[in-house]
Design a protein around this ligand. Sequence first.
Ligand code: 3HC
Length: 295
Amino acid sequence: MTSEKIQRVGVIGAGQMGAGIAEVCARAHVDVLVCEPSRELAAAGRARILRSLDRGVSSGKITDREREQAAWRLRFTSDLGDFADRQLVVEAVTEDEKVKTAVFAELDSVVTDPRAVLASNTSSIPIMKLAMATENASRVVGMHFFNPVPVLPLVELVTTLTTSAEVGARAEHFAHEVLGKEVVRSADRSGFIANALLVPYLLSAIRMVESGFATVEDVDKTISLGLAHPMGPLKLSDLIGLDTVKAIADSMYEEFKEPLYSAPPLLLRMVEAGRMGKKSGHGFYQYSENGASAQ
Ligand code: 3HC
């Protein structure tokens, strides 16, 4: 069933998630075509991947030769029409349902193989909404990676009421056997497993700061030193991107109407102010070449 090897992958979007997904595919010896709408965004995406590959070399995870070979396997295009021959495509554009459904409608008309896997890396949008934008909903799944993608070994696989068993099996085989990720399966519910648990925690930490209960630094210190998490919830929100945290919370709130999923005003104000976290240089912390400092 999964016999035809996936060797040609497409990734749509080369932001932090798309770049990471493209990198791990290239490192797994797969031909990767990345779609970004402009030369500038493509150049920024390529630079992001090369910086991460360099980091892989300097931390001893990959050799110089593996870095070079991975870089050769990555090509960029601004035309989704070039994805006709792809066997698996991972969409990693902004967490916006309208943008993602438009991408899936176009992708569906472009990718010719009826057994191809059309995957979304969405954090929270029910996959059925994306599948219904296509003519062949049996090809659509969720493949949710974690940031930083080269470091975190998990993929949440989400199949829908309409995904074919073969497409689900091909996606699982690729994530596990080719990329070497552990795979968990989640029902098609907004937030899947990880964000259903993570987002109320992140929003609770933001509410704690908003109400003056504790400072940003003390909340993070408590969680990293007291509970041995690799980072506290405010630094993690900055890493994910505050606009993305808000978008995930909004989708989850729309689905469940659960007050714990409702984005607190401080998060809304920070997003309105353009403080998106690490990627914009400013969130709950300020970021410079020398690392993070309290704002
Ligand atoms: N390629 C390969 N390996 C890399 C690498 C790269 N580009 N970058 C770093 N690494 C390796 C390092 O070599 C190191 O390996 P080692 O432990 O074997 O020595 C390891 O990754 C950790 O890297 P660093 O030592 O440089 O950095 P830190 O120890 O400070 O860890 C971190 C940084 C990995 C970001 C860690 O703080 C962490 O795991 N934080 C939590 C991240 C998290 O929770 N992510 C999930 C977010 S939620 C999400 O993505 C879902 C979405 O829907 C919201």
